[in-house]
Every structure is written in structure tokens, then in C-alpha cells.
Design a protein around this ligand. Structure first.
Ligand code: ATP
Ligand code: MG
Length: 581
């Protein structure tokens, strides 16, 4: 399944939100710059799980390809650093991209597919006098490189003869030297104001096995060398990457120019996604996993694709979010509220409604016959009548939400309190006539209420009004479930470097004995629901066992954080809101 799916579209389509990359691609198609081709790639390094920032890049690369006739997007693993890479990451990346709704078909590539070709290119650079083997230590190379304000110095090995360089490079490949004994460097300009152009290292010795090539290689190309050449080998037309690579573009172009490659893709940089209250670097995310701050890469609090999936996010919502944030050339911090907005929009349309009580308070309907039960017809989704209705059982004892009762109600609290009448959704009006308390703690443990049989279905024949409608479950029919409520993982809007010190200590709250309506007995892992008045929830796909449901709260019904919505809430009349005050 492809996202855009509209073969007749193109990046110049006026119905698509315009951004500078769409403009460039449309212009290149108009001028026939690449013979009408659009070939992009998504090039992850398999050293971690994908996060929502990667989703932006995936949507952009696969999206640009999909929206143009004949456009294709390759998946290429940038696997040039065997010490940090792993097949677990490779597999998770493939799963996540497919789940997002994109398909690389038969175009799965690896930088390691090209190791032999890259080696040949390096030899060619040496033979053209454009690369040399340097034997300075890593520290010396750093020292010789100079600074932003100070030119670098040329290495004493810079003038080695071509023959000597060729021979040394062959011996590097043959495994004759230890790690760090030599490197291969491009011979560019040690005085360049761009540090990336000061004879950058293009090959290094790493005597470690590679997850794909095993022990075949002990020298590995550097990212800057492998990336442009991989793009060129694959006939990429537009090489889209994040802004930090802008300073690498001269090197990208230099390598392809010096090697006179047939295909010279255009590198275009765009701003990476940063989200408020989270971190977006694989290094940080790996640390959170390793130090046990989260339960794994797929912890529902993680900004990873697998974490968002487990939390209950849909691919549609993530793609919608990526389209909404747009593509710009300037870095910014996107409000997490926008991501939550996208999932709410999607689940509001699609998620079936059910009733669940997170903090159960027993309510005995004292005038309801002991052994009677009945069923009410409940609407599955008011946004979509096609989703039909279901039966919800009712009986003498029901649970309501503890916070829907106040013994001493403050002003504007219209829910249950002694003497007060409210509506049980779909069922009856009930009135509180008694409160049972724990004799030691004074805690309210049970309510006694009467119900009015004439209000069946939720309205009163005498036109009597109530100000609150509560959700409930029948005690005798309800299923027990665990519910996990999540909050942001960090307390700071931009956790950046001190992310370890600003972890939110209450980012998860586990409720063990919640009660959910019996229709959920069939809920399968990963399925999503709206718990009426409470939010959207998803059946946890890892910890749910047969007969032991675990739900993750995906998102609350409305954003309790974003200032704008908060302000809106305050303007609203109290009994208009969907959460009954
Ligand atoms: P990280 O900083 O998380 O380690 P990375 O850039 O090293 O990310 P890669 O696996 O190299 O991770 O990324 C694959 C692609 O995804 C690259 O083209 C990269 O530019 C892009 N990408 C990574 N992070 C983001 C982000 N936050 N927003 C947009 N694109 C991103
Ligand atoms: Mg990278």
C-alpha cells in the first residue's frame, strides 16, 4: 500500500501543500533535468530504532517518489560502521517503514553491497593523485586539521607517491595493519574554510566483522565517501538529507566530480524534526534503553515508531503529522501537541467507543431487582453511523469513576453527590441516597442510589433535566484490566543535553484493577478504542495475555497541556464540554 497512491499526481499538484523540495522536484521535471526521473532514497544507519524524526524523512522521500509518475524511493542501509550496527536494527527498520505504509519493492540496498566498487573508486582517486595514505595518529590528524579560525597543516605523508599509496592501501585491505595505523584521506585543501574539505578521511581500518560482509573487510569507507557514491550508483536524482549535512555538500560534490561519475545527484538539505519534551537522537534513545529509564525501544513513552505504535498511534496519524509540519530550511521545535492532535483526529473518526472505569467506585441501585439484568444499545461511533451499535449489559451493581462522586461538591461540580441525580449513559437517571465509608479510613467505598425506571434510555418523561452523564460498567459483567497512563518522558521542553536529569518521574501510572465493558473480551492486541470521557486507548501488544487485558492510553480526549486549547476550554461554558464537570 502506498501512501499518496495517486499515480496521476506530481509534486507540482496544487492540492499538495507546497514546500521548497516539491518546488525543486517539479521544476526539475519541467526542465527534464533528470530525463523525467524522480529517484529518492531513505538511508538509515542500522544503529538504532527509527524515531518520529525519521518518519519525517521517510514520508518526504517515499512521498516525493510516490506523488510523481514513475518515481521510486530506495531503502538503503548505510552500514559502514560495523561496531554499532546490528541485524535487530535492520529488521526493526524494515518493519517500521512498512507499517508506516511505504514500500521499497525490490529496491533494498546496502552501502555494503558496494564495498568492492567503493574500494575501486578509492584506488582511482589515489591513482589520480587525489587521495593518499596518512600514517599520523588520530590525535595528530585532529591537531593538524586546524580550527575554524586557523588553517590546517599538511601531513608529512601528503606527498607520498601514487605507487606507495596504492601499495599501502592494498596492504590496509589485506589486514596487515592494526586499527588506526593508517587512513586514506582525500587530498583537497588543508586551508579550506570548510573543515570537511581539509583532507577528510575516506577509509579507516576497523578489524571487526560486519553484520553482512562478515570478515571480508577490515577497512571501511567513511560516511561522506560511501554516501555520495551509493547515491550515484543507484541513480538517485534528489538526495534529501538534514541541515547538518549542508557543510558536507562541497565534499559530496567534490568526490563525484573528481571521479567523473555518470550520475551526480543533487543533495538538498531540510530541517530535521525536533519535538518538544522529547529527544530525537539515537544515541540518547539508546542510553535511555540501556540505563533502564524505559522498558525498551518500544516503550510507549519513546518517540520511536515502535513506541508510538505500541502506544496506539496509527500510521495515518503519523503521516498526517508529517504533512502538517511541512518541510523547511530552518530548524524549529515542533509542539508535541501537534502530534497528539493528529492522532486524536484520526481516532475520533475511527475508534469504536466503549465504556471503561479506571478508578472504580461501587454503586448499588437499591431499588433495582437483585437478579435482574438488561441490555442497552450503545452507539459504536457517533462520527460514523456505519460502525453500528452494540449491547451493553446493566445490573443492580455498577461501577462509576471515583472522581465522578464528591461528598461535598464544590461549585460547578455537577456530577454525583448526596441527593444529586445524574444520568448513566444509555441507561437511567440515578440519584445518590447513601454513602458507605470505610470505618477506619473514612474513605467512600460504596454509594447507594435509586434509579428511576421511567428514564430508561436516558431521558425523563416529565422533562426533568440532569446536568451530568456518567460512564459506567456493570459490576457483574465487567472485565478486569490493567491500564497504563502515560505522560511526557521529560519535564523540559527542550531536554537536549541534560536529558538525563530531567526525566519526568511520573511519566507512567499503572492502574491495576480497572473495569471495562464485556464487549472488550474480543479486543485483540494493537486494537484501539475510545474509552468514553477518558481518552483513546490501545491494547498493549506485548503484555496483554489471554484473559489479562492491558491498555495503554494513547492520548487524552483533549490536550490538557497546550496553551491554546486550555484557553479555549476556559472560554467554554462548563456544561458544554464533553467531560462533564
Ligand atoms: P540520529 O541523530 O537519530 O542518530 P541519524 O541522522 O544519525 O539520526 P540516520 O539513520 O543516519 O540517523 O538517519 C536516516 C535518515 O533520516 C537521514 O537522511 C537523516 O537525515 C534522517 N533523519 C534523522 N533524524 C531526523 C530528524 N529528526 N528529522 C528528519 N530527518 C531525520
Ligand atoms: Mg546519520
Amino acid at each position: 500500500m502506498l501512501w499518496a497512491g495517486a499515480a496521476q499526481m506530481s509534486s507540482s499538484d496544487p492540492t499538495l501543500p507546497s514546500h521548497f523540495i516539491r518546488t525543486i522536484v517539479a521544476e526539475d521535471l519541467r526542465s527534464n533535468k533528470h530525463g523525467g526521473r524522480v529517484v529518492t532514497r531513505f538511508p538509515p544507519e542500522p544503529n538504532g530504532y527509527l524515531h518520529i524524526g525519521h518518519a519525517k524523512s521517510i514520508c518526504l522521500n517515499f512521498g516525493i517518489a510516490a506523488e510523481n509518475p514513475g518515481g521510486v524511493c530506495n531503502l538503503r542501509f548505510d552500514d559502514t560502521n560495523p561496531t554499532k550496527e546490528d541485524v535487530e536494527y535492520v529488521e526493526s527498520i524494515k518493519t517500521d517503514i512498512r507499517w508506516l505504509g511505504f514500500d521499497w519493492e525490490d529496491r533494498l540496498f546496502h552501502a555494503s553491497d558496494y564495498f568492492e566498487q567503493l574500494y575501486e573508486y578509492a584506488v582511482q582517486l589515489i591513482k589520480d593523485g587525489k587521495a593518499y595514505v596518512d600514517s599520523l595518529s588520530a590525535d595528530e590528524i585532529r591537531e593538524y586539521r586546524g580550527t575554524l579560525t586557523e588553517a590546517g597543516r599538511e601531513s608529512p605523508n601528503r606527498e607520498r607517491s601514487v605507487e606507495e599509496n596504492v601499495a599501502l592501501f592494498e596492504r590496509m585491505r589485506a589486514g596487515e595493519f592494526e586499527d588506526g595505523a593508517h587512513v586514506l584521506r582525500a587530498k583537497i585543501d588543508m586551508a579550506s574554510p570548510n573543515l570537511n574539505m581539509r583532507d577528510p578521511i575516506i577509509y579507516r581500518i576497523r578489524r571487526v566483522a560486519h553484520q553482512r560482509t562478515g570478515g571480508k573487510w577490515c577497512i571501511y569507507p567513511m560516511y561522506d565517501f560511501a554516501h555520495c557514491l551509493s547515491d550515484s550508483i543507484e541513480g538517485i536524482t534528489h538526495s534529501l538529507c538534514t541541515l547538518e549535512f549542508a557543510d558536507h555538500r562541497p565534499l559530496y560534490d567534490w568526490i563525484l566530480d573528481e571521479l567523473h561519475t555518470e550520475c551526480h545527484p543533487q543533495q538538498i538539505e531540510f530541517a530535521r524534526l525536533n519535538l518538544s519534551y522529547t529527544v530525537m537522537s539515537k544515541r540518547c534513545l539508546l542510553e535511555l534503553v540501556e540505563q533502564g529509564s524505559v522498558s525498551g525501544w518500544d516503550d510507549p513513552r519513546m518517540p520511536t515508531i515502535s513506541g508510538l505504535r505500541r502506544r496506539g498511534y496509527t500510521p495515518e496519524a503519523i503521516r498526517d503529522f508529517c504533512e502538517r509540519i511541512g518541510v523547511a530550511k530552518r530548524d524549529s521545535l515542533v509542539d508535541t501537541a501537534l502530534l497528539e492532535y493528529s492522532i486524536r483526529e484520526d481516532l475520533n473518526r475511527r475508534a469504536p467507543r466503549v465504556m471503561a472505569v479506571l478508578h472504580p467506585l461501587r454503586v448499588v441501585l437499591v431499588n433495582y431487582p437483585e437478579d435482574q439484568t438488561e441490555e442497552f444499545e450503545a452507539v459504536n461511533n457517533p462520527e460514523d453511523p456505519g460502525m453500528g451499535t452494540r449491547k451493553v449489559p446493566f445490573s443492580r451493581v455498577v461501577y462509576v469513576e471515583r472522581e465522578d462522586f464528591r461528598e461535598h461538591p464544590p461549585k460547578k461540580f455537577y456530577r454525583l453527590s448526596p441527593g444529586r441525580e445524574v444520568r448513566l449513559r444509555y441507561a437511567y437517571f440515578i440519584k445518590c441516597v447513601g454513602v458507605v465509608k470505610d470505618e477506619h479510613t473514612g474513605e467512600v467505598v460504596e454509594l447507594h442510589c435509586t434509579y428511576d425506571p421511567s428514564t430508561r434510555g436516558g431521558s425523563s418523561p416529565d422533562g426533568r433535566k440532569v446536568k451530568a452523564t456518567l460512564h459506567w460498567v456493570s459490576a457483574q459483567h465487567a472485565l478486569e484490566a490493567e491500564v497504563r497512563l502515560y505522560d511526557r518522558l521529560f519535564e523540559k521542553e527542550d531536554p537536549a543535553d541534560d536529558y538525563k536529569t530531567c526525566l519526568n518521574p511520573s511519566s507512567v501510572q499503572i492502574l491495576k484493577s480497572c473495569r471495562v465493558e464485556p464487549s472488550l473480551v474480543e479486543a485483540t492486541p494493537g486494537s484501539r478504542y475510545q474509552f468514553e470521557r477518558l481518552g483513546y486507548f490501545c491494547v498493549d501488544s506485548v503484555d496483554t495475555k489471554k484473559g489479562a487485558l492491558v491498555f495503554n492510553r494513547t492520548v487524552t480526549l483533549r490536550d490538557t497541556w497546550a496553551k491554546i486549547e486550555k484557553a479555549l476550554q476556559e472560554q467554554q461554558a462548563p456544561n458544554e464540554s464533553s467531560t462533564t464537570p
